[in-house]
Design a protein around this ligand. Sequence first.
Ligand code: TA6
Length: 317
Amino acid sequence: MIYTVTLNTAIDRIVQIDGTLTRKKNNKIKDVTLDIGGKATHVSVVLSKLDIPNVATGFVGSNNGEKLIELMELKDVHCEFIAQEGCSTREAIVILDDSGEGSYMITEPGFELTVQSREKLMEKLAGEVLRNDIVVFAGSPPRGLDVNTYLEILESATVNGGKLVIDASGDYLKAAISLKPYMIKPNEYEFQELVGRQLNSLQEFEMEMRKMLDSGIEYVIISLGKNGSLIGHGEKIYQVTPPKIKEVNDTGCGDVFVGGVVAGLYRNDSLEDMIRFATALSASKATQNGSSAFCLEQTKELEEFVKIVELGQVMPA
Ligand code: TA6
């Protein structure tokens, strides 16, 4: 089974502005829609779309959590969230305009977890996650959750041999590394923060990635936004360039990419097939308005335009 855990779920309010968002001007709204937010939730959307069994868990607030669950069930995601009484799931405001320069994202901090809520989640994960189940933790931690408690939650998913996939940042990512996760997916800035220095060339990234892989992390994936990703597994490190598309909304692209990678792992795809699929899927997401929207037919078409180059290869003379 695959579990996706969103500790700080969100409902995305996608606000489409007429023209370019400008300060000191009455910016007119063209359209407002609600979509799934919170990162690991998006991974579940991808898996469910591909008929891959998965459980979406984490926390919602009892005041409006039903709305998020409704949005997820519309996309056939099986939800087992823990609802904390008297709290509201946060809103993430995503502003799109006609500038073609990407979205603005403004996120609320979310509610503080009670000890009871987090114990419920830990019991659930410790009791249900079996050996070799994949458990994806993605997104920001809830307000006030300290690093040690975050680590305890992660550990609860590993007691019976669950494999951790971590999309986190800062001290939380650093702490997660101590558990030798199966996969990490920082962006380029988060990775540099993790290794504690600025990396000035592809070779420097490659070197640090190799150290991480040698330390026992199976997959080290660095997302580079529009520039694609660096993907390392075993001895191999690839530089991946996505296809050119007309970007509409970049929000959620990284999460959908993780969903594509996890789907590839579940299907036992070759590394190259997995990379190609996840990258094309994420590119398809960027062409859509919604933060959890993508198109599988378009993904198929985009796959052939994904460029994959293996790093560290000695070129024939
Ligand atoms: O990556 C996009 C997204 O999942 C949005 O849908 C939004 O809800 C946000 O990220 C939440 O990110 P955060 O880092 O605050 O957990």
